[in-house]
Structures are given as structure tokens and as C-alpha cells.
Design a protein around this ligand. Sequence first.
Ligand code: UD1
Length: 424
Amino acid sequence: MSVILVEGGKRLSGAVTVQGAKNSVLPILAATVLSGGVCCVKGCPDLSDVDTAAQIIRHLGGEVRREGADLVVDTRCISRCEIPEELMRQMRSSVMFLGAILGRCGEAVCSQPGGCELGPRPIDLHLSALRKLGAGIEQRGGRLRCTGGAALRGAEITLTLPSVGATENIMLCACAAEGVTVIRNAAREPEIVDLARFLRAMGARIQGEGSSTVRIEGGRGTLRGCEHRVIGDRIVCATYLSAVACAGGEASLIGAEPEQLAAVTGVLRDAGAEILATGPDALTIRRDRPLEGGVVVRTSPYPGFPTDAQPVVMAALCNARRSSLFVETMFENRYRHVDELRRMGADIRVEDRVAVVGVTENGLRGTAVTAHDLRGGGALCVAALGAEGPTILTGLSHIRRGYASLPEDLRSLGADIALHTDQN
Ligand code: UD1
């Protein structure tokens, strides 16, 4: 079994460049299927979710090869339209390939993405939108079959909630639908903007990304290969900001846009950290005195506080002098890190979607803990850095899904952290 060992209590200092955004790169890799050409995705992080997306493309008949930090994807020879069940099960974002495969092949077959670690995550909005674009959808024995891709037509689609994945799936499918598609109440996340830029580089006509109305003028056979650099990962950046807020010290984080992190930096500032935007893609955080805490964090769609940053910021606030309150509005089961933080001495009470983070008497203490999901794993690392004594962290397969170099990056900031890989 592989473990991360952390000897806590060391102040952090230095500078680190954050990886490319996982949540940008996954829909972008799905989009390459539509291009029917060769795409170069620059700054593509080395993650197991990226491997899964590459396996899907290879299964469909495409080629994917890594060239240093970039991924070169050739989808000229796509010959299959079905995603195997084991790849669907590995990653919920596999569902993003549905719109792209349907648009490219006229038909797409996959299974329902399984119930995930964050609670039930339905795809009803994805499916009803594809139907509006003219797709026929059959669901039998857990398999989903979408047909009618050759006759897709643009449509007006109003989402009942601004789902990130549904917005992306519609954008992909709409590129292949004749005529104009308008998505209302679209998600506004920076990763949607990045996907739109990628699609535009492929020749698509898209407007309004980043606002709640996105307009796509589609058409068959109009797309081509392209080159694109993915944006920095704002959640990885939030993790490193939280690490400094928890352990203390001063560090610069390069590669993520300060504006995209405004909700997170606002909370950390209110809790007592000093944070400055030091460039168009750089932030510096300093925390000399103990964190004050006393903040209220309510997760909501962008530009609100991101649900993905809730666990890491919660971990930092365990070391504060006053209590804080969290309200998780996005997912039902997003407090799985809480029991593990309690094992480290944290005083956290949860009722439904509300968590009260009390004052940790005598501070956090290192112990053996397990990551049960991706960002919960990030949170346990953050807590371990601010804890007294050694922490042994297991459950690393979750962390590998979204953090390309967590121990290495934190070590470059002076943390005493090491990955021990079991060769067996
Ligand atoms: C994306 C991110 C994930 C992040 C989430 C919310 C990727 C690969 N993942 O996930 O890291 O936590 O946004 O910011 O980008 N919903 C429905 N029906 C649907 C779709 C969604 O009810 O058809 C609900 C979900 O259950 C959830 C809410 O909408 O309660 C938001 O989900 P959504 O924005 O779709 O998240 P994902 O795209 O799955």
C-alpha cells in the first residue's frame, strides 16, 4: 500500500507553479473526439482521471500520446461509439463523452455513471438536453443508448440548475447540431470558458461563455484539430493556499488567476490570512499569527465558494482560534473528511448540510488517516501540515485522480512530506 508521510508543524515558504486544471482538461479531451483531427492539449496534468479519458479515446479508435507536459490526441480514426462499463465506473466525467461521441458518430452507448463518493449525482439534465437537441435515448439494464446524431438540431435549453457537466455536454453536442443552440442558466465556471476557447480554436462558433447564456452555432464537419493551453487548477491552488493558512508561512502560487479564486481568498482573508494578487496569474499568501477563523462558508455555483474547495479550507480552519460554519449546498455527502479530521483532534459537528468547526483543543495531532474522496485527501494533507507530529495518509488512489504532484509541490515549499510507494 502506498502512503504519504507528513511530519507536521513546519512553516511553509517559497513559490510553486500549479498544474493545469483537471476540470478543464477532461471536457477538453472529450471535445477532441469532435475535431476529427490532431489536437495538442498543453499543460495537461498527469492524473489518473486523464489516463481514464485517454483510455476512452483509445477505445474509440483514437490515439493519445504524452509529449512532456502536453497530450497529443489524434481522433481522425474514431471507429467505435461505445464506452466500456469499467471506464464509466472509474470516472463520473466519462459522461462528458456522450455529447461528443453522439455529435461525431451519430450514436453513443455508455452505462450510467455509478453513484459516486459525493452522494447521488444524477445525469437527468444531460439527457433531457440531448433529447431537446433531437437525440433519442434508450435506457436498458444500466446501459444508455443515444441515437439520432446525424439529425441533431439546435435548440433553446433552460437548465433548472447551472450544472457544470450538463452545460459542457450540451456545448459539445451543440457544435455538431445544425443551427443555433442557446443554453440559459448555464454554469459560469472558468472551466466552461476554457472549454469554449478550446472549441473556438477547433473552429466552433460560441459566444457568451462565462455568463449564464451561452450561444452555439453548430454544423457538421466544420471542426478541425487545434492547439490549446489549459488554465491553471484553481482547486489545487486553493489547496496550497489552505496549506499555508494551516501551517503558517509565506508562499507564492503561480499559474492560477486570482479572480477565479476570489471566493476562496475572501474567506481565508476574513479568517486572518494575508493574501495579495501579485500578478495576472500569481497570488502570495502570508500567515504569521494564528488564524482567527470565525467565518461562514456557503458553497454555491461560480462565482460563489466552490464545493471542491470546502474540504481543504475546512482543514485549515481547524487550526483557528474561533469557530467557523460551513453550509454545503451542492452535494449531499461531502463531509467524508470530517471523521478523519476528528481523528486528528478536530472538533467538528455535522448536521445534514451544516458543519460547525470548533476550536481544536491543543491543536491538530498527526495520526493515521484515510482519504475517502479526492478533495478530502487534499484536506487531510492540509491538516497534517498544520498538525503536531507524524501523519500517515492512505487512500492515495483518490488523490492521484486530481493532484499531479501534491507531495512534491508541498515539499518544494519546505514541508516535511514524502510519498512511499509500495512496489508489491
Ligand atoms: C463538476 C466538477 C466537480 C464539482 C462540480 C460542482 C468536473 C469534472 N467536475 O461536477 O469537481 O464539484 O462541478 O462545482 O468538472 N445535478 C443534477 N442533475 C444533473 C446534473 C447535476 O441534479 O443532470 C446536480 C448534482 O447532483 C449537484 C449539482 O447539480 O447537486 C451540481 O452538479 P454539476 O455542476 O453537474 O457537477 P459536475 O459537473 O458533476
